[in-house]
Design a protein around this ligand. Sequence first.
Ligand code: KG4
Ligand code: ZN
Length: 340
Amino acid sequence: MNTQIKILAIESSCDETAAAVVQNGREVLSNVIYSQIELHKLYGGVVPEIASRKHIEKINQVIREALAQADTSLEQIDAVAVTYGPGLVGALLVGVAAAKAVAFAAGKPLVGVHHIEGHISANYIEHPDLEPPFLCLVASGGHTHLVKVTDYGHYQILGQTRDDAAGEAFDKVARAIGLGYPGGPKIEKLAKEGNPDAIDFPRAKMADSPYDFSFSGLKSAVLNYLNGAAMKNEAVNKADVAASFQKAVSDVLVQNLISGAQACQMNQVAIAGGVASNQTIRKAAERACLERGFRFYYPSPVFCTDNAAMIGAAAYYEYRAGVTHDWSLNAVPNLKLGGS
Ligand code: KG4
Ligand code: ZN
């Protein structure tokens, strides 16, 4: 096998049309992201049909730009990787069809990647020292998973959300306080002006599974708080609501992360996904890890939210292990991680 492995990676599972060229899993030669956020903002969230149509319009251009910015021709690519699940089926299909077409035309192998595996692998990009085993919290708009990375490409799910994902809770609470989509960055900004201890929102604990998460009770508590104030004609300090909500999410994420790491005796801990770009949450996780002597890793914000570089990083380790897919590869909207 060639010592320099270049992978062209494609990601289209939600509202970002993205392509990247990644060398040896860790060196990002290009990372092109066309975000559809402005389009979906109008509707307060991602509209699947609009997302698919926009992916179709943009995908070829994004792939061409990724190759051009990496100064790489298709002939110099070793494999074409693509997210094939989980995600919106119509959105995923665009990326999968494009990847198959490019790989077939160029005579290159195809590597299908699990989206969460991509988020986890975003940590490899800027941390050359990070190698499995480690524990990773993946918190995004669609997922909240505590994952034990036992080896490259080998995962065990320790816990996951029972209802809403952490990012989804951010988006719903943001909508309720009139901030719009996407909620995470807007709540984070407003929370800077608020008191995180002003309102005691609930922190859910699952008695039967200590590493699972639940955010729907917290979301309802925020909505009840807002409705209660509206009925009494009382003014609400939105910054306090944002800061107290963010603190409640952060406390639960960090607590499960730490107790999970202790339970599986992991001294390397990472976070990933859109919510991991939240500085308050990241700093709280970092502090908790360093206090216990754990090494702590997180990706830069651009590699936390959806991107194709993370798919290229994950695909490298799959490809190196001999994993490739044939032309029957299909979009799998509810694809499970590690077969669990
Ligand atoms: O990873 P991602 O781009 O897409 C999914 O795979 O879902 O995550 C998007 C989610 C959205 O729910 C967004 O509100 C949240 O991540 N997010 C944040 C922040 N930036 C994005 N949540 C909290 N704080 C942020 N700064
Ligand atoms: Zn994602």
